[in-house]
Design a protein around this ligand. Structure first.
Ligand code: AMP
Ligand code: MN
Ligand code: ZN
Length: 943
């Protein structure tokens, strides 16, 4: 009875306990789930040691690792020459025999964690001819892993170098590692050699690897534990190898382990070299070849040095992991076809997502999401965040039960911070994987991104977009092979455009500016770096591409102020389609308006000038032209000054104009120019009726009087902006002095008195746009603006300058068009097109005559300049600067709607305000203004 009661009580207690355990577990899960649904990234509250690194050589982007540059290095390894020299001619001076090596270990070591301590170490190493090295790594909470500790042992001392505290300083040890006169002793150096390259650009030259010596000696084992035991009688606990080496302070046990790993290496090397010599002597009949065991060990060691660190490049993110999961799923089953295509697709999606998230958060793949969790998710395809959560937790706990070793949080904080993204990954079968990944990236790192931006992931948006896009482009290309081949003819002429008009060198230099705490402030061009450097406001921290660190506290941080745009490296690709082989600048706000903006609103150039490929350029331009028409209607301001006549001269000769009445109609500037050009170049050879027709056009301009050769030459300049004129004059070899200001009829028309404004009907200027050529050309002429270059090369030219090539093409197009003008001139043509062929740079006004530039002097009568001016004047008058800002936003909207660009830098924003203040040291601070005003890459840190 008593027994029964006891059992009952026991059962009750046990079940109560079980229930309460279950309950608290559920509670915990629910609580965790609630935490999960919050949007902020766990990294916001979990600082990681690597976030303090300033110089990160191997970032998490998909771009290849950049090795150190060294003069005279031909291949990818900067010390290839030195190492191959060693291989061909080994230094047989592995003579440790004279050295009194201390087998007795001492507990003392030198902990190196400050710069001055590091300098002392460097000083000590400069006196050594050999030293031993080992490294400890951390790889769980980092995508590529990083060196957490370097152990260096000399005959006299053991150094433990804290490579977390000194991450950005370690490079001062480079010369000792690269010195062929100093032998470095490692054990099993294959990984260490790469890790040192990856983190510090440290390249090992002249290596003695005790493991390689074991190989040459055909030792039964070649592990360090074996060598320590047999040569030194020391036992080690190799489990400590896998400990978290980021810990500070390191536990005594780990310190001792680390010290031991390097301390005995010199002694072991000495023993092994003696054995190698011994072996060599036994084979002494052939001293110089392979049987020289010392040399063989040296050769094998230095072959390791020739390896170069590379990032694994996959053709698609997570591809390798997906393959290995398929392999595991298939274990014991039939081929890949036995896995349903739905499951395969899910595995690929999840692997890609995991890869991207691991890079963004700088975590290892296994920390983000385990393989078994991916398999479970792919099989179950959970439909809501809760299911996603439990599926992952279940899959991981099943495996935990089996090997009890894993203590990783499951689901990981990464998954928890982005639960709904995982769900989208699983549920959305329709969306293109590219799009999902890009959307994820935008969400994490883009404007208002949820995850912190660090040196590890700041290049990620740029590079990943590119890679992914190229990938899918290839795919599309193959699928649409037929379609592509049909366009060959079109392609040929397009190629010609590309060749002629695309930017000849990368537009963005992608130099970086860091704050003094190592935060990235912005990308910019070289000139800006120089500006700070020459004023001692910054120091150079990296060479290629250059990066500087400011020595003063900048006014604001990009992260603080929602200006992520300026801390994106800018890709030299079309922002719309990702085309990377050619691109040209496109101004989102047509320059016919922008040149009239107040100066302070013009400063956002880098935001509103983007790169587009020729095709996207055409689309964007067409949309802009259409929108101009809409603006024209909305504001009641016509686009074209249709015809211009030299009426002043006509007035001066009243008799003349009275006698030839039909000359009063005026003539369009382009018509005039092309007529004059044709007469000058082809007059004598053209049919006489055509010549007469053209002559009458020019005569009309001069009020009907007879025209001379000189008149024809002056007519070429009508309607040109001063910049165009200068260029033209230069081209034709005309001296500026020769042409007096008064020789240019239109210069005298300060306020278009003789201009007859008509609504846009068919106009000869449309000829420019038959191929969209002029548009591109003028965009290009303005592109200098996008660069902070002080040198002004004027690339704009009148389209009729027939110097062969494309110009000739333009010319003949216009010619054809003009020949048919009489027939079509009355037809309403809807394909509106004209160009902004004015130059934006108002400093170029002094080229011709007048030293007091008038507002009109920068307006070409050929384009929409006058329209632009009237629109801007109207906006300023009615709405002030806000009117201009809204106007800009409208244009950005037009751009976005025309192209739906995929590759706009994160942080690019239709609503971009254009408001800007200047920091004390800013290049743009008007008070500081020493030189650089045409800068394109805006100094956003002072935004
Ligand atoms: P060692 O060459 O033994 O000093 O190892 C250097 C680093 O390699 C360690 O700090 C670990 O990060 C890593 N490592 C070496 N072996 C293992 C292993 N079996 N498992 C995990 N990490 C390892
Ligand atoms: Mn070690
Ligand atoms: Zn494009």
């Amino acid at each position: 009875m008593e027994k029964k009661a006891k059992i009952k009580i026991a059962i009750t207690i046990a079940s109560l306990a079980a229930i309460s355990i279950l309950f608290t577990r559920q509670q915990r899960r629910r609580r965790k789930l609630n935490q999960c649904s919050q949007y902020s990234c766990y990294l916001q509250s979990e600082p990681k040691p690597q976030h303090n690194f300033k110089r990160v050589l191997a970032d998490n982007s998909y771009s290849p690792f950049k090795h150190a540059n060294k003069e005279k290095s031909s291949g990818s390894h900067p010390y290839e020459l030195e190492i191959t020299a060693l291989l061909e001619n080994p230094r047989p001076e592995f003579d440790f025999s004279n050295v009194d090596l201390d087998l007795q270990r001492s507990d003392s070591f030198v902990w190196v964690e400050t710069k001055s301590q590091l300098n002392e170490l460097a000083n000590a190493l400069s006196k050594e001819f050999f030293f031993a090295v080992d490294t400890e790594q951390h790889s769980l909470r980092s995508f590529l892993g990083f060196t957490a500790l370097i152990q260096i042992s000399t005959e006299k001392e053991d150094y433990l170098v804290d490579t977390i505290a000194l991450h950005d300083e370690i490079s001062i040890l480079q010369p000792f590692f690269a010195d062929p006169g100093v032998c470095k002793v490692f054990h099993g150096s294959d990984n260490d050699v790469m890790w040192l390259q990856r983190d510090f650009h440290i390249y090992v030259v002249n290596l003695f690897d005790t493991a390689k010596a074991c190989e040459v000696l055909s030792k039964p084992q070649k592990s360090l534990a074996y060598l320590l035991e047999t040569y030194c009688g020391v036992a080690t606990n190799k489990f400590l190898q896998r400990e978290d080496w980021r810990q500070r302070p390191l536990p005594a046990e780990m310190l001792q382990y680390a010290q031991t790993d390097a301390h005995y290496l010199l002694y072991i090397a000495k023993c092994l070299v003696a054995e190698l010599k011994q072996q060599g002597n036994e084979n002494s009949y052939c001293p110089d070849d392979k049987f020289n065991f010392v040399l063989e060990a040296s050769r094998r060691s230095n072959t390791v040095c020739l390896q170069v660190y590379t990032k694994e490049i996959e053709s698609y993110p997570g591809e390798a992991a997906a393959s290995s999961i398929f392999f595991r799923l298939l274990n014991g089953q039939g081929g890949v076809s036995s896995i349903s295509s739905v499951t395969q697709d899910l595995v690929r999606r999840l692997c890609a997502w995991r890869d991207l998230m691991a890079r963004v958060h700088d975590e290892s793949l296994r920390f983000v999401l385990s393989d078994q969790a991916i398999i479970a998710l792919a099989n179950k395809a959970p439909a809501n965040p809760t299911d996603v959560y439990t599926t992952i937790a279940q899959a991981d706990s099943d495996v935990d039960c089996l090997n009890l070793s894993s203590s990783l949080p499951s689901p990981s904080p990464v998954v928890c911070s982005h639960l709904d993204d995982v769900e989208r990954q699983v549920c959305n079968n329709v969306e293109n994987l590219d799009d999902i990944l890009l959307a994820n990236l935008q969400k994490c790192l883009g404007p208002n991104g949820s995850c912190p931006l660090s040196v590890f992931n700041y290049v990620l948006p740029a590079k990943s977009n590119w890679e992914l896009k190229n990938q899918s482009n290839k795919f599309v290309y193959k699928q649409n092979g037929v379609k592509v081949s049909r366009q060959v003819a079109k392609k040929a002429s397009r190629d010609l455009f590309v060749q002629k008009f695309s930017c000849k060198s990368p537009v963005y230099h992608n130099c970086r500016i860091y704050a003094n705490d190592g935060r990235l402030l912005c990308y910019c061009d070289r000139k800006k770096l120089e500006w700070y450097l020459t004023r001692d406001l910054a120091k150079l921290v990296e060479d290629n591409p250059p990066a500087i660190m400011l020595l003063f506290e900048p006014k604001g941080r990009p992260e603080d102020e929602g200006n992520e745009f300026y801390i994106q490296s800018k890709k030299n690709i079309c922002v719309s389609c990702g085309e990377g082989n050619h691109y040209l600048r496109y101004r989102i706000i047509p320059s016919c308006y922008r040149i009239h903006f107040p100066e302070q609103l013009k400063s956002h150039r880098s935001h509103d000038i983007v790169l587009l490929c020729v095709d996207c350029h055409e689309v964007a331009h067409a949309a802009a032209e259409k929108y101009k028409k809409q603006i024209s209607a909305e504001f009641g301001i016509p686009l074209f000054i249709h015809k211009v006549a030299d009426s002043r001269k006509a007035e001066a000769r009243p008799g003349f104009s009275a006698s030839i009445t039909n000359f009063e109609a005026g003539v369009s500037p382009l018509q005039l120019r092309t007529a004059a050009m044709a007469l000058l170049h082809h007059g004598p050879t053209m049919p006489s009726n055509r010549r007469e027709e053209l002559r009458r056009i020019v005569m009309r301009y001069y009020g009907g009087r007879e025209i001379s050769q000189e008149d024809l030459e002056r007519a070429l300049l009508v309607g040109m902006s001063p910049r165009e004129r200068r260029r033209h004059a230069k081209k034709r070899g005309l001296s500026l002095k020769m042409s007096k200001p008064t020789d240019f009829p239109d210069r005298q028309q300060d306020s278009y008195p003789a201009v007859m404004v008509e609504s846009a009907t068919m106009d000869a200027t449309k000829a420019d746009n038959v191929l969209g050529l002029h548009a591109i050309e003028t965009q290009k002429s303005g592109e200098k603006e996008g660069r902070s270059s002080l040198t002004e090369s004027h690339e704009s030219k009148p389209p009729t300058c027939s110097n062969g090539g494309i110009d000739q093409l333009v010319f003949s197009t216009i010619w054809k068009k003009m020949n048919s003008t009489s027939k079509v001139s009355d037809s309403k043509d809807d394909s509106v097109g004209n160009v902004d062929d004015e130059c934006e740079n108002s400093s170029v006004q002094n080229g011709f005559g007048s030293s007091s530039p008038t507002p009109n002097s920068k307006v070409s009568l050929l384009g929409h300049g006058p329209h632009g001016k009237q629109v801007v004047d109207y906006l300023l008058r009615e709405y002030g600067e806000d009117g201009i800002r809204q106007f800009c936003q409208r244009w950005r909207q037009v751009f976005v709607e025309a192209l739906h660009p995929h590759f706009l830098p994160a942080g690019w924003d239709v609503m971009h305000s254009g408001r800007r203040e200047f920091g004390e040291f800013s290049v743009y601070n008007p008070a500081k203004k020493p030189a650089d005003d045409g800068a394109a890459e805006i100094n956003k840190m002072h935004h």
